[in-house]
Design a protein around this ligand. Structure first.
Ligand code: UD1
Length: 366
């Protein structure tokens, strides 16, 4: 009998992670029946639909349409709607990816209904519980039956937490599967000419974490750093809706717009964004996935956070933690411009075959 697999995605980075899984399950239609659930945590065309188009993901079978509300309300709304979906679909396994509220909410529901859970990107820890994602990661991992780990630090974290080693599988990074599978299309993107940019002569900024953008004080610090960097190198900033909202709320819009060397643009599609990153001199970010994508592409990355749940990107990759220290940022920018930043290497199993490994393991589940 075919295994019935329910895959959950809700927010922008989830779509990049489910794409190779959907593809792999699609190659094994004899073994699996897959139901894709979109929670609706992200809903704007440029935060959701364009990723389905770019990555050729089939339309969701079920859409929960939860939208943006507070953490508790969002989690609760997803749980209520997802319980209906599970009771109707009766899956053998629920797959959740990453660390967003949709990941947490759907894991809670599945575990209460005694449905087995697979967590893709398990074991990552920032050890910073002020990050909503850290809570989501810890709870999801503790409820999961199959923990698919992307970097070896994840294995150590799960071991320390006493998770049964028989549940843990080191499979590599599905985000890098998506990157490898789309490289030739990425190379063809015309985003540089559309933005009138020259290869290797600009940097990319993406900042959207509450710790950086939710208060006037932190936005002021971020603004001060970006202003200083923009004096040295042209910057492009595809701006997340949360950040746009916060910049407006704290009355920083005109300040950002007045920076001559900082180009504020709407969020980009996956293909255009990766092309922009690939050809850039360096990236400044607080995203999780972008720390990994820059490591895979060999592009220097300055992460504006005090910690990372993805330490392999620092130990082996091209990533540096800079917090909101202007001195650190400027000193790394200088290093990078002088060609003195680390080259980095590709972490183990970031080889474009992670989804294959995951699907193989799932095919062996009784
Ligand atoms: C969420 C994830 C975060 C991830 C990020 C990627 C959680 C706790 N956070 O953060 O881990 O890095 O997605 O983008 O799950 N909004 C829109 N349109 C949309 C979606 C959001 O305008 O399509 C605006 C809304 O004003 C919303 C705000 O962005 O209130 C924040 O959205 P939300 O999903 O709550 O969190 P993110 O900051 O996007």
């Amino acid at each position: 009998m075919k295994k019935r697999i329910l895959i959950v995605a809700g927010a922008r980075p989830n779509f990049v992670k489910i794409a190779p899984l959907m593809y792999e399950f699609g190659r094994h239609k004899r073994l699996f029946e897959v139901v894709l659930v979109h929670t609706g945590q992200h809903y704007d065309f440029e935060m959701s639909d364009v990723f389905f188009q770019n990555l050729k993901i089939t339309k969701p079978d079920i859409h929960l349409n939860v939208g943006s509300v507070s953490h508790a309300v969002q989690t609760a709304k997803i749980m209520i709607a997802f319980e209906h979906a599970i009771l109707e679909q009766k899956p053998d396994l629920v797959i959740v990816v990453g660390d967003v509220n949709s990941t947490l909410a759907c894991s809670l529901v599945a575990s209460k209904l005694n449905i087995r859970i697979a967590h893709v990107e398990a074991g990552l820890r920032s050890f910073d519980r002020t990050m909503p994602e850290e809570i989501n990661r810890m709870v999801t991992d503790s409820l999961s039956d199959y923990l698919f780990v992307s970097e070896k630090n994840g294995l150590r974290n799960l071991k320390r937490e006493g998770i049964d080693p028989n549940k843990i599988y080191f499979v590599g990074n599905v985000m890098i599967d998506t990157l490898s599978a789309n490289l030739s299309i990425i190379n063809e993107s015309d985003i540089l000419s559309r933005l009138r940019l020259t290869c290797n002569e600009y940097s990319v900024v993406t900042l959207h974490r509450p710790s950086n953008v939710d208060s006037a004080e932190t936005i002021a610090e971020v603004f001060d750093i970006l202003r200083a960097v923009s004096r040295v190198v042209k910057m492009v900033y595809p701006i997340h809706p949360r950040t746009r909202k916060m910049i407006r709320k704290h009355k920083f819009s005109s300040k950002f717009e007045e920076l001559g060397n900082l180009l504020l643009i709407n969020p980009l599609s996956y293909i255009d964004f990766i092309k922009l990153v690939k050809e850039s001199k360096f990236v400044i970010t607080d995203s999780g996935g972008i720390q990994e994508e820059t490591t895979s592409l060999g592009v220097p990355c300055l992460t504006m956070r005090e910690n990372t749940e993805r330490p392999v990107t620092i130990e082996e990759g091209t990533n540096y933690l800079v917090g909101r220290s202007k001195t650190k940022v400027l000193s790394f920018v200088k290093k990078i411009i002088n060609g003195k930043s680390k080259n980095g290497s590709i972490p183990e199993l970031w080889d474009g075959k992670s989804a294959k490994r995951i699907v193989k393991i799932i095919s062996m589940i009784q």
